[in-house]
Design a protein around this ligand. Structure first.
Ligand SMILES: Cc1cc2nc3c(=O)[nH]c(=O)nc-3n(C[C@H](O)[C@H](O)[C@H](O)COP(=O)(O)O)c2cc1C
Length: 358
């Protein structure tokens, strides 16, 4: 494992190895505020090079799921500060994933005064868990007005400033998995006829304006983005022009000089395959760092790094279940299996109680 466990750099940041903890929503943030349990969970996993937080909303409107954290209040900044201190003490760097759920939401999950908004008033097929009433159909979102687009962009610009105040090293825009940014990119969820919908130039506009606002707020070397070309999660069907659309996005993101692009591949979780050609396209068009994720074990991680397919490898379920994944992969020790039944439940069970090696 010459590459996976060796030091590297990500823009201005020194990383202790090339393994990244992928963003993992865990629903332990009661009241949408990070707490001591979360600080313990992240610190347990801070032997990787980079931790990307669970999806965290820049806005009350983006809190579509129960008990997910936000990054728009003083209490949230204070809670996250405890988290970054514990992670930095163990040597990892930490980025906040900014996730605005958009139409993947239910009003019962939203705080008073917040509302589900999306590019168009098109509800996503599927259901959303609520603490109050269990499973409910996804919300019918309100189509964002020009004022909503401006206000949401402002929220996206403020959250990274809050993140730096809380000690984060940067932010990752969640442009994947069917949440607000991807809802603008994809034609099924974006049926607008103004400057934000129609051609790919128009469907990409909100994402690129948000990226520019965040870059203006904290600098391009602190901003990455996660994308899921060919991803279908949250009612996002594949369509004919998908590869061309993501090639356009890769070029435009490259022109803005983002620190990294992080690609999702959920085929190991049963989703349709992601063609190798799209990963190769991102690798050649985008000159910043590339992070790949989805179904990696140590051998495949090393082999993709050695082949130059990417700069860093992100893992989700393996590190969820193995706080000391780096030590286990280094020594070839057996892994704990993830317990799906506790992924999203409040409390320490299945969260901070996965055993580490003695
Ligand atoms: C419990 C759970 C929560 C997740 N939450 C997020 C999230 O908040 N943001 C995101 O971009 N991806 C999320 N994902 C996707 C993971 O980041 C990752 O792409 C996926 O688990 C595949 O990687 P793996 O095969 O290493 O687990 C989640 C996955 C799981 C299992």
């Amino acid at each position: 494992m010459l590459l996976l466990f060796s030091n590297t750099t990500l823009g201005p940041l020194a990383l202790q190895n090339r393994l990244v903890m992928a963003p993992l929503t865990r629903n332990r943030a009661t009241g949408n505020i990070p707490n001591e349990l979360m600080a313990q969970y992240y610190a347990q996993r801070a032997t990787v090079g980079l931790i990307i937080t669970e999806g965290t909303s820049p806005s009350p409107n983006g809190l579509g799921y129960p008990r997910i954290p936000g990054m728009f209040s003083a209490e949230q900044i204070a809670g996250w500060k405890r988290v970054t201190e514990g992670v930095h003490a163990k040597g990892a760097k930490m980025f906040m994933q900014l996730m605005h759920c958009g139409r993947i939401a239910h009003p019962l999950n939203l705080p008073a005064g917040a509302r589900a908004i999306a590019p168009s008033a098109v509800a996503a097929a599927g259901e959303m868990y609520t603490d109050a009433e269990g499973m409910k159909p996804n919300a019918m979102p309100g189509a964002m007005t020009a004022a909503d687009i401006g206000a949401t962009t402002q929220e996206y610009a403020q959250a990274p400033k809050n993140a730096l105040a809380a000690g984060f090293d940067g932010v990752e825009l969640h442009g994947a998995n069917g949440y607000l940014l991807e809802q603008f990119i994809r034609p099924n969820s974006n049926q607008r006829s103004d400057d934000y919908g129609g051609s790919i130039e128009k469907r990409a506009r909100f994402v690129l304006e948000v990226a520019e606002a965040v870059i203006k707020a904290i600098g391009r070397d602190k901003v990455g983005i996660r994308l899921s070309p060919f991803g279908v999660f949250n009612d996002m069907p594949v369509y004919d022009a998908m590869e061309a659309d993501y090639t356009y996005l890769a070029r435009e993101l490259n022109a803005r000089g983002l620190l990294y692009i992080h690609l999702v591949d959920h085929s190991p979780m049963g989703a349709p395959p992601v063609p190798d050609s799209i990963r190769a396209m991102f690798r050649s068009v985008f000159k910043g760092a590339l992070i790949l994720s989805g179904g990696y074990d140590a051998a495949r991680a090393e082999s993709d790094l050695a082949a130059g397919k990417c700069d860093l490898i992100a893992v989700g379920r393996p590190i969820l279940a193995n706080p000391d994944l780096v030590a286990r992969w280094k020594s070839g020790a057996a892994l704990n299996a993830p317990d799906f039944s506790t992924f999203y439940l409040p409390g320490p069970k299945g969260y901070t109680d996965y055993p580490a090696l003695a």
